[in-house]
Design a protein around this ligand. Structure first.
Ligand SMILES: *Cc1c(COP(=O)(O)O)cnc(C)c1O
Length: 414
């Protein structure tokens, strides 16, 4: 085997799946709120020889020789992240969003300590205390939810829970919460009960970076994020913190939690941060928000109920029950996928259906906006979604919608 031979020659089993995935991404509308399409530059960085290198440690303090280029790249990633989020300190090594959070838990919690976090069934994340996640296994977890009527946070109730349970850590941030989060209020509650506030901005990082969502950085002890959602970088995580926690955090990421950093991912993070520092990125985030509002309004005009009555960010939760009482989120996800519209079923707050069925769909606009789609397209997509659900997955309706989806994708290629 010669080293310059391409995948198609070296591995003819993998290659067709790669081509098929490129085609799938080109020819379907991606409405999964946590996904995006990275730039060519980010993809290029991921495919570099940085993947060959062990760089355990941090710039200037590595456990391996030959790390000068690694140091330069990791310093660029850290400095750009600091510029983007205006944080005291950042660690760009966490392999994922979950590990960015684990690094915080290892930094400030002992097994058995109490965490107060958002219920998974109300939009929280599994790494915030789900029973069978390491957080649920190691720590004592108390959840807050959203108010049944407003479907928004009730800070009197959250403050009451904090006073009652005296958590060591209060976790904010969500995977399926469509409204602005008042991080300052959460920090105040944490301060009152002597807790540390960790804000997980995995979903909304892009908006926080450009100031379209209030930033938790000034008031929270720790801020964690993924780099691959609205931030539009490579799959990965990062943890920011106040200066007082910096040393502890770094030692908990490595060697506490991880071995060698994924230097090709860190190079790609640096590239994505540079992209996010450009004015075009702010325009992109503004368009994500306009698109989300347009999609939510168009769906409501078709009779769909949107949880909390709308959205302030890039995502919305559609309650299918009023418009289609017999259609589960699972069925809707499947039918829409066959029409080329990719979504995910999602619990709505106080859902009576099981997590494998659900009464809701989560829809987001970051990936569609990357393709160049605008408000008018969102109105068209709302109609397409309604036609598929009205037909209950019936083949003729699905096929007709699939044709229109393909035409839209071809007009706006990636
Ligand atoms: C996506 C997400 C994560 C974790 O991301 P992974 O990279 O999949 O581990 C963490 N927190 C929140 C709120 C998320 O939405």
């Amino acid at each position: 085997m010669r080293s310059h031979e391409t995948i198609s020659v070296v591995d003819p089993e993998i290659w067709p799946h790669m081509q098929a995935e490129v085609r799938r991404q080109q020819e379907t509308l991606e409405l999964i709120a946590s996904e995006n399409h990275v730039s060519h530059a980010v993809l290029e960085a991921l495919g570099t020889v940085f993947t060959n290198k062990y760089a355990e440690g941090y710039p200037g303090k590595r456990y391996y020789g030959g790390c000068a280029n690694m140091d330069a790249v990791e310093d660029l990633a850290r400095n750009r992240a600091k510029q983007l989020f205006k944080c005291d300190h950042v660690n760009v090594q966490p392999h994922s969003g979950s590990q960015a959070n684990q690094a915080v838990y290892l930094s400030v919690l002992q097994p058995g300590d109490t965490i107060l976090s958002l219920d998974l069934a109300h939009g929280g994340h599994l790494s915030h205390g789900m029973k069978i996640n390491m957080t649920g296994l190691l720590y004592s977890v108390v959840h807050y939810g959203v108010d049944r009527k407003t479907e928004r946070f009730d800070f009197d109730e959250i403050a009451r829970l904090a006073r009652e349970h005296k958590p060591r850590l209060i976790i904010t941030g969500a995977s399926a919460y469509p409204r602005l989060i008042d991080f300052t209020r959460f920090s105040e509650i944490a301060a009152e009960v002597g807790a540390i506030h960790m804000a997980d901005i995995a979903h909304i990082a892009g908006m926080v970076a450009v100031g379209l969502h209030p930033s938790p950085v000034p008031t929270a002890g720790f801020v964690t994020t993924t780099t691959h959602k609205t931030l539009r970088g490579p799959r990965g995580g990062m943890t920011m913190c106040k200066e007082e926690f910096a040393k502890k955090l770094d030692s908990r990421v490595f060697p506490g939690l991880q071995g060698g950093p994924l230097m090709h991912c860190i190079a790609a993070k640096a590239v994505a941060f540079a992209e996010a520092l450009k004015p075009e990125f702010r325009a992109y985030q503004e368009q994500i928000l306009r698109n989300a509002k347009a999609l939510a309004e168009a769906l409501m005009s078709k009779g769909f109920r949107i949880v909390s009555g709308g959205t302030d960010n890039h995502l919305m939760l559609v309650d299918l029950r009023p418009a289609y009482p017999n259609v589960t989120g699972a069925a809707a996800e499947k039918w829409l996928e066959s029409a080329g519209i990719i979504t995910n079923k999602n619990m709505i707050p106080f859902d009576e259906r099981k997590p494998v069925e659900t009464s809701g769909l989560r829809l987001g606009t970051p990936a569609l906006t990357t393709r160049g789609l605008k408000e008018d397209h969102m109105r068209t997509i709302a109609s397409l979604i309604d036609r598929v659900l009205k037909g209950e997955g019936e083949a003729k309706a699905v096929e007709a919608v699939r044709g229109e989806v393909l035409a839209m994708c071809r007009e706006y290629p990636l």
